[in-house]
Design a protein around this ligand. Structure first.
Ligand code: ASP
Length: 310
């Protein structure tokens, strides 16, 4: 059973058109996606759980400054980094989530600790940080989260009322959130998502990423899903759960359900972005309605894929 696993990850969707990025940058992104995929494959090939695999994979992406999560998180209107993350175990539908946390090196591990040790599902802000201290999670100072590119992005719009989804410029949207879904050798599913949210966000804005059912969902009977895109629309569309519901109640296959949600249902209310999903048979769907999505996966037969564009 050890090789009977599947895993997929994303590093955000958006206006990713071939030729827009230097070859070197493109290579860096692909390397980072490969590194994260390999980390997840290693866990699963040794018989590890889907839950551990999605956490491990997301941690690698959080540690990479190229993505808007963990270390690479964007700046808020106050010049801070406020991160959101969530994780769900398809075995028992247990879930953990955190929102608006600062100085936590790996928010996804905090979300997992919330699930396993807090007796709650969702902790936010100062309380979540206090819980992180009690759990002994690694903290980092502001300098760890400083990235010049992100800083300049923020400087461009900091004195305005506008906010941006990661590197977006007017209509040039790009979402750098990260996520992972996996099926392990025991037939269990899990999903995880982590983000820094939107550049220049204020008023304690929270997107879909830490919301179970919107940005993240896992149920062994149907599928595991992690989303990226315009969070407000993904919340309203309850997107991750919608894929599962179309499979459960609409009798659709994973591919049909994921496509319908991204290409029709969320698009019809104005949402752009994409998702990654895996079902109990190891089928993988990675639809997006933007120009591109950083994504990678390993199918049941052992073949892999690492892509950015359409
Ligand atoms: N969905 C995330 C949010 O709205 C953004 C993203 O996917 O990059 O916070």
């Amino acid at each position: 059973m050890k090789n009977q696993f599947a895993i997929a990850l994303h590093g955000g969707a958006g206006t990713l058109v071939k030729g827009m990025m230097t070859e070197e940058k493109e290579h860096q992104y692909k390397q980072a996606l490969k590194e994260a995929l390999d980390a997840g494959i290693e866990v699963l090939s040794k018989g590890g759980s889907a839950l551990d695999a999605v956490e491990t994979t997301v941690r690698v992406l959080e540690d990479c400054p190229l993505f808007n999560a963990g270390r690479g998180s964007v700046f808020t209107a106050d010049g801070l980094h406020e991160m959101d993350a969530s994780i769900m175990d398809g075995r028992n539908k247990e879930a953990g989530a955190v929102s608006l946390v600062q100085h936590i090196k790996n928010p996804i591990s905090l979300a997992k600790a919330v699930m396993l040790h807090s007796g709650h599902v969702f902790l936010a802000g100062k309380g979540a940080e206090q819980f992180a201290k009690e759990q002994g999670l690694e903290e980092c100072g502001d300098e760890y989260f400083y990235d010049e590119f992100r800083y300049l992005q923020w400087q461009e719009i900091k004195d305005s009322d506008s906010f941006q989804l990661d590197h977006s410029k007017s209509k040039d949207f790009k979402f750098g959130t990260v996520g992972c879904v996996a099926l392990d050798g025991e037939g269990n599913l899990a999903a995880a998502t982590s983000t820094g949210g939107m550049t220049n966000k204020k008023f304690g804005r929270v997107g879909d990423s830490p919301m179970i059912g919107a940005g993240t969902y896992a149920n062994n009977e149907t599928c595991a899903v992690s989303c990226t895109g315009s969070g407000e629309y993904f919340i309203r569309g309850v997107v991750a759960y919608d894929v599962s519901a179309l499979m459960e109640f609409g009798r659709k296959s994973l591919i049909e359900a994921a496509d319908e949600v991204i290409q029709k249902r969320v698009l019809s209310i104005g949402g752009d972005g994409g998702l990654i999903a895996v079902d109990a048979n190891g089928n993988i769907a990675m639809p997006f309605n933007t120009e591109g999505m950083y994504r990678a996966c390993r199918y049941m037969d052992g073949s892999t894929e690492i892509e950015i564009y359409r």
